[in-house]
Design a protein around this ligand. Structure first.
Ligand SMILES: NC(=O)C1=CN([C@@H]2O[C@H](COP(=O)(O)OP(=O)(O)OC[C@H]3O[C@@H](n4cnc5c(N)ncnc54)[C@H](OP(=O)(O)O)[C@@H]3O)[C@@H](O)[C@H]2O)C=CC1
Ligand SMILES: O=C(O)[C@@H]1CCC=N1
Length: 276
């Protein structure tokens, strides 16, 4: 399947759209001329013009004409009004694959606001897609063909790791990896701040903190059969420095706090889904 020849229209040109567009162009080999981004304002026009992507302002309907793939990158509450603008094209012509990245919005909701259109996929990407290091979960409508699954996998694997999950778990994917980069940025910030508190200059501390998170993630990914606790134990020399640090993190509730945060984000995704 050659994804480089597909016409792709993004509805909504904000942060997630830009991350996917840059990822598709830089890592997916997709020709920018095959990509259209439709937004209501000129706010992001320069960004997409620089990327040599077609930018349509205030006309979602014309932007989806001839599209092989339509990607909803608007806020969840916009699903209905945006669908009303395009559903005549989607339902009657072209048979595009419709992909939503909107948090909480179910395939049933998307299909119903598109007058029962069936070729729909629900995807939860994240912003590191921009650098080809995304983590993405997806689910397909039962009305999709197997080839649609292959298409989604091929497209998304150009911007990162892709996992198929049951649709009722997409909200959990949102809590873990959709929102996850923000938690990790907080951790890197905190680690960098801690270095400054302990005498390092800001730039050195930031670089060491970010590389440490990157290196630890690489160790986890490249050693799938080693328990993560074992990797941690390998750093914790007996009576050494690390175990003083990790026991403090346990005492202060890092693990419980992360679980609470992910559960709050997952619950919020479920709530967003109910309001549509
Ligand atoms: N940010 C993230 O990390 C992730 C976001 N998502 C999902 O992606 C979606 C977008 O989020 P995000 O990119 O962060 O949000 P942004 O606010 O950055 O982007 C939303 C975009 O939608 C545009 N828009 C508003 N109204 C319309 C309309 N009627 N037609 C077309 N476009 C419209 C806005 O236009 P304008 O520029 O003119 O204001 C803006 O470009 C959300 O549903 C979110 O759940 C999913 C995974 C991760
Ligand atoms: O914060 C949000 O709602 C979106 C969905 C996942 C990441 N950002």
């Amino acid at each position: 399947m050659d994804i480089s020849q597909l016409q792709i229209t993004f509805l909504g040109g904000g942060n997630m759209c830009e991350a996917m567009v840059r990822g598709f162009i830089n890592n997916g080999g997709i020709d920018p001329k095959k990509i259209t981004v439709s937004t209501p304002s000129k706010r992001t026009e320069n960004t997409y013009k620089e990327l040599k992507v077609n930018h349509v302002v205030g006309d979602n309907k014309s932007s989806v004409k001839g599209a092989d793939i339509i990607i909803y990158c608007v806020k969840p509450y916009m699903v209905k009004p945006v669908s009303e603008e395009i559903n005549s094209i989607v339902s009657e012509k072209g048979n595009p694959l419709v992909i939503s990245v909107m948090a909480g919005v179910t395939i049933d909701t998307l299909s119903s606001v598109l007058n029962g259109y069936g070729r729909c996929a629900r995807v939860m990407p994240n912003t590191p897609s921009l650098v080809g290091a995304g983590a993405c979960g997806y689910a397909l409508s039962p009305k999709c063909a197997d080839t649609d699954g292959e298409l989604v996998e091929k497209l998304l694997s150009s911007i990162g790791v892709v996992k198929k999950v049951a649709e009722n778990l997409i909200d959990s994917v949102t809590g873990v990896s959709g929102s996850g980069p923000a938690y990790v940025y907080m951790f890197i910030e905190a680690l960098g701040d801690a270095g400054v508190v302990n005498g390092l200059d800001r730039a050195t501390s930031r670089a060491l903190a970010a590389q440490t998170v990157f290196g630890a993630a690489k160790m986890v990914l490249e050693n799938p059969d080693v328990h993560i606790a074992q990797l941690r134990n390998n750093v914790e020399s007996p009576a050494g420095t690390t175990v003083s640090g990790t026991s403090t993190l346990e005492k202060e509730g890092l693990r419980a706090c992360v679980i609470k945060a992910v559960t709050a984000a997952t619950d919020k995704a479920k709530e967003l889904g109910k309001s549509n």
